[in-house]
Design a binder for this molecule. Structure first.
Ligand SMILES: [Zn+2]
Length: 500
């Protein structure tokens, strides 16, 4: 095998891997929106078959020969960025496929359904004790798998790397400490300035779901989410985006008359546009879709928060909201802005505000980190969770369902995942700084409805590269610096503290 043969081989493997992933996306989309109860068992069999086929790609002879050839190649020798990305991705998947102990993986897959069932039962009974043995089993199996994949590093390092490739737990912890400290100081300043009280303007009543969906979807389209590349389905409980193909990303949302639907649509449109705007070269190499984990989240949260929560954006769009949904004529732009910028520590991550959101993610990351370091036992998880809420947010869950049983992640194979939510915010602060250097009149543009210059900047600087770079490489390419929490903190201070 020579270099060119190796590149063609791993490109072909990569493309096939993506075909499998697209089928899995289609299954997931269907599972949450249309799959009937009695179809579930056969679907599970079919999904397992597809999953086996996907994993077998990297256990085959082509992969083995490519890995042998590449063992003598250092990434620094590769001049072409796409080829370097292909090699990195290949090595990552090859390692995961050949090092994962099949027995342990099978044991883990066997308990998945029971884990989810126990979590649901525990939630109904508000009793963590019902879920605890399953959480312990799931965490222990994950630990075994992670240790086998890379015996040289602690298990949690490998698990975090599966979601946010290339980031170390140490680096994440350091930036989270800075963010945590900054956020708690900011929360204190906000409460002292009395802003939280004056903003207690009360909830915005719900409107007609049809009208709200039409308005929210029109905003997503104006950002640049094209109907030829996707579409909306409002039959699910939480918003998510399915990456079906390089030019096909479907947005699923809940059906609701709440204004929150607007922010959900902007968020998901961010994911969707990112995933289907890779260049032809990336598509051809199977490197489309964007960098997974915190960086993808950053691209979604950017449109939800930096754009969708900005005053300038609503200066243009609020009159249209008032025209299309008459109820908003009773609420002024300033009142709407204040209502959508209320800062109030709460127990629920998904409905929390922009300031406290990262703290919810950070504390979950810390609990996982402490567990895998052997410093926290599964038996003590609920209590540790409540203590963290009290320390970081000043409130304590009154039962386990409000607390440790809140998210489906640990029951649903998302272990080592929570850091990505807070990382998304950190990257956003850095992306905003870089964008403002190129588009200094960004606010004036937003105020006249020019949202496309933002999407175009994203496409040119980030989206076209698909998943060719790691998040760390991408953020350095954009800003010249690695992960840095300071810009996000500065952004929040500007928005949430009265400016002198
Ligand atoms: Zn998201």
């Amino acid at each position: 095998m020579n270099y060119q043969e190796c590149i063609s081989t791993i490109k072909e493997l990569n493309r096939k891997f993506r075909y499998y992933k697209s089928i899995e996306s289609l299954f997931e989309y269907d599972q949450w929106s249309a799959l009937p109860d009695e179809g579930a068992a056969y679907r599970q069999e079919t999904a397992a078959f597809i999953g086996d086929g996907k994993n077998a790609l990297y256990r085959g002879e082509d992969a083995r020969r490519s890995a042998a050839y590449l063992s003598g190649v250092s990434p620094d020798e590769i001049e072409d960025d796409v080829e370097r990305g292909l090699i990195r991705t290949f090595r990552f998947r090859y390692r995961n496929a050949v090092m994962t102990p099949e027995d342990t993986l099978r044991s883990y897959n066997m308990i998945k359904a029971d884990c989810m069932k126990a979590w649901n039962q525990a939630r109904a009974a508000k009793d963590y004790g019902i879920f605890m043995p399953w959480l312990k089993r799931a965490f222990e199996l994950k630990k075994e798998i992670a240790r086998a994949i890379d015996p040289d590093v602690p298990a949690f390092e490998t698990l975090v790397g599966m979601t946010d490739e290339g980031l170390s737990v140490k680096e994440v912890s350091e930036q989270f400490d800075i963010l945590k400290k900054g956020l708690r100081a900011l929360l204190h300043k906000i409460s002292v300035s009395g802003q939280a009280d004056t903003q207690e303007a009360g909830p915005i009543p719900d409107s007609d779901p049809e009208q709200m969906a039409a308005f929210a979807q029109s905003l997503a389209r104006e950002l640049g989410y094209r109907p030829e590349r996707g579409g909306f389905n409002d039959r699910v409980v939480h918003g998510f985006t399915s990456f079906m193909g390089p030019r096909d990303a479907r947005v699923s949302t809940y059906r609701s008359g709440s204004y929150n639907l607007i922010f959900t649509c902007l968020h998901e449109a961010g994911h969707a546009m990112y995933s289907c705007s890779s260049s032809e070269r990336m598509v051809e190499a199977g490197m489309w879709g964007g960098i997974e984990g915190g960086f993808h989240e950053a691209n979604a949260r950017f449109f939800e928060n930096m754009v969708g929560h900005s005053h300038a954006y609503w200066e243009y769009y609020y009159p249209r909201l008032q025209e299309e949904i008459p109820m908003f004529r009773q609420i002024s732009l300033q009142q709407f802005y204040d209502m959508t910028h209320q800062v109030k520590p709460s127990l629920r991550r998904i409905s929390s505000d922009e300031v406290t959101y990262s703290l919810h993610a950070i504390l979950r990351f810390e609990l996982e980190r402490d567990y895998f370091a052997g410093e926290l036992k599964a038996e003590d998880m609920a209590e540790a969770w409540n203590d963290k809420y009290e320390t970081y947010l000043g409130i304590r869950p009154s039962n386990d369902t409000e607390g440790v049983l809140q998210d489906m992640h640990w029951a649903g194979d998302y272990i080592g995942y929570f850091q990505s939510y807070a990382l998304g915010n950190i990257y956003d602060g850095q992306i905003l700084d870089a964008m403002k250097k190129d588009i200094p009149d960004m606010e004036a543009r937003l105020a006249r409805g020019d949202v496309r210059s933002i999407s175009q900047w994203m496409e040119e600087k980030i989206w076209q590269y698909g998943c060719c770079y790691t998040a760390d490489e991408m953020i350095r390419k954009l800003t010249g610096k690695g992960l840095d929490a300071e810009p996000f903190l500065r952004y929040l201070e500007q928005i949430y503290l009265p400016q002198k």
